[in-house]
Design a protein around this ligand. Structure first.
Ligand code: NAD
Length: 489
């Protein structure tokens, strides 16, 4: 069985403890992963702290940091095949998607590499004639980056990219579920030539590793992606170190379809939103609201397309939907669906384990009709291939239904009316609105949520600022004696 290691202070090391990682397609152990405990986390943070102050990193120009990131991007592109294979093996995400996504991750590193020497300070028109004031943007310090199991390379890139562009150092904790691709990615950090300790990659459980990392006194910045309950723990942990925190959390994203839309084309976008990645996507368009005249026709198209989705071995190029990543995840979905049916929801297709897929954690693409937003499958994040469908009679009602949630990550609007698209877009309370498309991302565009979906934005040029702090520098230009010392200037 392959055995993976932690990457701390430029060296590949074992942890005192290890655990078996399971292949979601078969449910059997395939690799041994290191489980970082407090001792390993402390070593990683200490290494990152030393590296932060070491001239080998702190003395590089922004342009030199940018070049290292560009090189990392090239290495990711070169090794995308191997990384994709590992991600598919360890998380069950289909190979078509992991290969394409990791290829694109390379562009994220290149984008942030290009930004490194564009993090500019400012000169201020100060209201005192004998002063010059300028602002320096300095790296914030040691970053604790924590990611969940879905899209780990992708979710790491939006943290590592801006952190390294700004001159920070990082301890990145992979999820305990499916950590293989990130532990392998450590080899590329090594090969790119980052000085030792600048990036440390560990895995381990929330307790003790996640807690020890996010509460460590030498951590200045926490970039977290995961579920809302864990996020609350993380915020409590940072009461210890008062680290600056950003949170990318879950969602229950609404998709509004108006009767004027082209339903055939819409159905593909809806399928992309809920059945791609087996629905294990934070932006999953899991609440579908259809204008009543289009409801039955759209549901019929969706049900017929869902029934044809090829479920199977995630390493097979032809597979369109693989297993869920964990048995826990499937149990969560089954429990939610049972409660939803008890609350009156009607399963229109799927609803259980697909026939012939007894091994592994497969779940059929599922469409459920629900009466209102209180039904559990409409109210709670499932993180699986379950689409809840409701209907509406007016634009006003559609907006109210969409906004009736504690989440606010993504949303979709399908209409051919330009004026309506703008009206609805303005009023949706969500960090992302996709109009006549769904599940599109880019390093250039900020990503993040409203409400319980998070705090802060990742991606886009502004995200780099979150890894800096401002130093205000005052320089007196007069040679006269300092005036009255008892009055503030
Ligand atoms: P999770 O919250 O259980 O775990 C996320 C990470 O937090 C893991 O690495 C875990 O080890 C760590 N962790 C657990 N307890 C901790 C603690 N006390 N202190 C510090 N770290 C701790 O999430 P999950 O089930 O792995 O992932 C699914 C969730 O992630 C969903 O809610 C999904 O919507 C969300 N997600 C959000 C985005 C986004 O960008 N908004 C992207 C992907 C996933």
């Amino acid at each position: 069985m392959p055995r993976f290691q932690l990457y701390i202070d430029g060296a590949f090391v074992d942890a005192a403890e290890a655990f078996e990682s399971l292949d979601p397609a078969t449910g059997t152990a395939w690799a041994l992963m290191p489980a970082a405990g407090e001792a390993e986390i402390n070593r990683a943070v200490e290494a990152a702290d030393r590296a932060f102050h070491d001239p080998a990193w702190a003395g590089l120009t922004a342009t030199q940091r940018g070049k290292l990131l560009m090189k990392l991007g090239d290495l990711v592109a070169q090794h995308a095949g191997r990384l994709a294979e590992l991600e598919t093996r360890d998380t069950g995400k289909i190979i078509r998607e992991t290969r394409a996504q990791i290829g694109y991750v390379a562009d994220y590193y290149r984008y942030f590499g290009g930004l490194a020497d564009k993090i500019e300070g400012a000169h201020l028109p100060i209201d005192k004639p004998d002063m010059e004031v300028f602002l320096r943007r300095e790296p914030i310090g040691v970053v604790a980056a924590i990611v969940p199991w879905n899209s780990q390379l992708f979710l790491s890139a939006v943290k590592l990219g801006p952190a390294l562009a700004a001159g920070c150092t990082v301890v990145l904790k992979a999820s305990e579920d499916g950590p293989a691709p990130l532990l392998e990615f450590a080899r590329l950090i090594d090969a790119a030539g980052f000085p030792k300790g600048v990036v440390n990659i560990v895995t381990g459980f929330g307790e003790p590793a996640g807690r020890a990392l996010t509460s460590h006194p030498k951590v200045a910045r926490v970039a977290f992606t995961g579920g809302p309950a864990t996020a609350r723990q993380v915020v409590r942990n940072t009461a210890e170190n008062l680290a600056h925190v950003t949170l990318e959390l879950g969602g229950k994203s609404p998709v509004l379809v108006f009767a004027d839309a082209d339903l055939d084309s819409v159905s593909n976008a809806i399928i992309a939103g809920i059945f791609a990645a087996t629905g294990q996507s934070c932006v999953a368009g899991s609440r579908l609201y259809v204008e009543r005249p289009a409801h039955d026709r759209l549901v019929a198209i969706l049900a017929s397309k869902a029934a044809k989705i090829r479920i199977g071995d995630p390493q097979d190029e032809a597979t369109e939907m693989g297993p869920l990543a964990t048995a826990r995840q499937r149990a969560h979905i089954e429990d939610n669906l049972a409660r939803s049916v008890a609350a009156g929801a009607r399963v229109m297709c799927g609803g259980g384990r697909p026939v012939g897929r007894e091994a592994g954690w497969f779940f059929a693409p599922t469409i459920v009709s629900a009466a209102d937003n209180t039904v559990p499958c409409v109210a709670e994040e499932l993180f699986g291939p379950v689409l809840s469908v409701l209907s509406f009679d007016s634009e006003e009602e559609a907006i109210a239904l969409a906004n009736d949630t504690r989440f606010g990550l993504a949303s979709g609007v399908f209409t051919t009316s330009l004026t309506r698209a703008h009206r609805v877009t303005r009023r949706l309370r969500a960090g992302i609105v996709w109009v006549n498309t769904y599940r599109a991302v880019s390093p250039i565009v900020p990503f993040g949520g409203y409400g319980q979906s998070g705090l802060g934005r990742e991606g886009g040029s502004e995200s780099v600022r979150d890894y800096t702090r401002t130093k205000s520098v005052w320089i007196r230009t007069s040679d006269d004696p300092v005036p009255d010392p008892f009055v503030m200037r």
